[in-house]
Design a protein around this ligand. Structure first.
Ligand code: ZN
Length: 189
């Protein structure tokens, strides 16, 4: 199974993902294909909507980003981020806890478009894994940012929605061009 990454302008990116009742072998194959797509595209996170599936499902792996640190706490204790990767989040519920911080973000659905986004620095997460087991943890740094970016996708929210008006206007032309190209391509299909 091979996925292509959906670009901005495709209406699925604005669709809220359906809750997953239980993970079966067919869905596990899709999850493996999502990781494949993410690694091939050099991303650190990918939401189901970005491969054309409106589901409460995202995959994350921040191991490649040594210059932007992440923090992890399990049961209140600091834990090894790398050992926690790759991360599958199913039906995630998050509660931001830290102070808002600004940091650069990109998105595989917006090739070559980057901007500063302000988000809480830490986040508490409850989710299900691909073995149908509930788990919870707290994340900080890049991992907290990636999780919030992906959970936004699952609710049809995109990083351009979170940019302040100045940043948003800096990327407006590129975003409009991308949207027009995607719509043209969808019409031809
Ligand atoms: Zn994204």
């Amino acid at each position: 199974m091979k996925f292509a990454v959906v670009h901005y302008g495709d209406p699925i990116l604005r669709q809220r993902g359906a809750r997953i009742e239980s993970v079966d072998e067919a869905l596990r194959e899709k999850i493996a294909a999502m990781f494949d797509t993410m690694y091939r595209s050099h991303g650190i996170g990918l939401a189901a909507q970005q491969v054309g599936l409106a589901l409460q499902l995202a995959v994350i792996d921040v191991r490649g980003m040594k210059d932007r640190p992440s923090q992890l706490w399990i049961s209140g204790q600091p834990a090894d981020v790398d050992a926690f990767m790759p991360l599958v989040l199913i039906n995630p519920v998050i509660r931001p806890t830290g102070e808002p911080t600004t940091g650069p973000e990109g998105c595989l659905s917006f090739p070559e478009i980057y901007g500063e986004v302000r988000r809480p620095a830490e986040v508490e997460v409850q989710a299900m894994n691909d073995r149908n087991e509930p788990f919870e943890f707290k994340a900080g740094g890049l991992l907290a940012r990636a999780i919030q970016h992906e959970v936004d996708h699952l609710n049809g929210v995109l990083f351009i929605d979170r940019m302040d008006s100045e940043t948003r206007s800096e990327v407006r032309d590129e975003v409009d061009t991308l949207q027009a190209e995607t719509k043209k391509r969808l019409k031809r299909r």
